[in-house]
Design a protein around this ligand. Structure first.
Ligand code: NAD
Ligand code: FE2
Length: 360
């Protein structure tokens, strides 16, 4: 039996933050990172909510830790808001979601993504790091009440963030499309998200702001897809490496994804081929289409000036091999493994890492 439900109300377009007023909140707690506190966006968004009393928690760092979420939870509980707003990338949204969850509050959460990547504004996931290990919290209560996709917030996106987060969108779409819990509705969203992000990323990277809303919508579609269908080995390994080496999440996905396709091709050839055709990468025989999909992603990775190997991303092969048992164990422990189309096994993870390692 498959179910699909989107409890999050999605508001999109330029100036969409104005939708915050609909909550009629008097006490607004806003979670963000220092970048948006310094440039005044956090204050502007808090004003849009129209609250009488506002508190801004601007301590979020990339890959938020359990202790940061605990610190924020204490502040959130003491403030007792009637609206919680998350403003930022996956890190700010995940931190706010975890804080809401730990505080067991009954207030609504409005999530405002400023990167087109994590999809966290519509997912049941929040990823926290503790002792070098990324722990995905997975619970329906983590799903925000509202997602605000405001294209005005994408003006300042630096090129490297467009590339890193863009590959997070592609990997969410691709992994959820072949995941064991995929269904008709998640497939529809994943296919559209993959094709649309694949086509628009080069233009966005080259500076065309008009295409950015398209990628933003694709990111949310991919989030909706994976929160229902699940993810796979690319995310399990990316979480494991990200907790240890702090390389941006999407960048790790970009390096790992082609090798994951090779490993899973045996079980997911037909669906990978469908995705290749949806993105215009074609190939009449499925085997050829899968090869084109892998090559197309490697071409795009180069065009977006992303590293091709883990070594190029700053993870030396020597360090990788010395920490291999822990990396493999953390990946096998990650909930994303459970929905990979091939049963996740030690040797598969090692094979993917060997292919992605590069030379130091
Ligand atoms: N919960 C989920 O469903 C889910 C899914 C995928 C990834 N994640 C998590 O999300 C995190 C990655 O999120 P991310 O890729 O969005 O990056 P991020 O939130 O870690 O932000 C990275 C940097 O980009 C800056 N930034 C954000 N928006 C900007 C903008 N518009 N202009 C300029 N700078 C901006 C931030 O200030 C920060 O310094 C990882 O921790 C990952 O594990 C969560
Ligand atoms: Fe991701």
């Amino acid at each position: 039996m498959k179910t699909f439900s989107c409890e999050t109300r999605i508001v999109s377009g330029p100036g969409a933050v104005a939708a915050l007023k609909e909550f009629g909140a008097k006490r607004v707690f806003l979670v963000t990172d220092p970048f948006f506190a310094k440039n005044g966006t956090a204050q502007h968004v808090a004003e849009a909510a129209g609250g009488e009393t506002v508190e801004i928690f601007d301590g979020v760092k990339p890959d938020p830790s359990v202790s940061l979420a605990a610190e924020g939870t204490a502040k959130l509980k003491a403030f007792a808001p009637d609206l919680l707003v998350a403003l930022g990338g996956g890190s700010a949204m995940d931190c706010a979601k975890a804080m809401a969850y730990f505080s067991q509050g009954t207030f609504p959460l409005a999530a405002i993504p400023t990167t087109s990547g994590s999809g966290s504004e519509v997912t049941d996931f929040a990823i926290l790091t503790h002792d070098g290990v990324k722990h995905p919290l997975v619970d329906r209560r983590l799903r925000p009440s509202m997602a605000i996709l405001d294209s005005d917030l994408l003006e300042s996106l630096p090129k490297s963030l467009i590339a890193d987060a863009g590959f997070d969108v592609l990997s969410h779409a691709l992994e959820s499309y072949v995941a064991v819990n995929a269904g008709a509705f998640s497939d529809l969203l994943a296919r559209e998200a993959f094709a649309s992000a694949y086509a628009a990323l080069p233009a966005s990277f080259a500076g065309q702001k008009a295409v950015r809303l398209k990628i933003h919508l694709a990111s949310t579609m991919a989030g909706l897809s994976f929160t229902h269908a699940g993810l796979g080995l690319c995310h399990a390994i990316s979480h494991s490496l990200g907790g240890l080496f702090h390389v941006p999440h999407g960048r790790l996905n970009a390096i790992l994804l082609p090798s994951v396709i090779s490993c899973n091709a045996h079980a997911a050839q037909r669906k990978y081929a469908e995705l290749a055709r949806a993105a215009g990468l074609g190939g009449s025989a499925d085997q050829v289409a899968v090869r084109n999909l892998k090559n197309g992603l490697m071409r795009l990775r180069k065009e977006l000036e992303l590293p091709q190997t883990l070594a190029e991303a700053g993870i030396s092969p020597r360090e990788l091999w010395s920490k291999m048992p822990g990396i493999v164990a953390a990946a096998l422990d990650d909930p994303c493994c459970k929905t990979n189309p091939m049963p996740a096994e030690d040797f598969l993870i090692r094979r993917i890492l060997e292919e992605a390692a590069g030379r130091g």
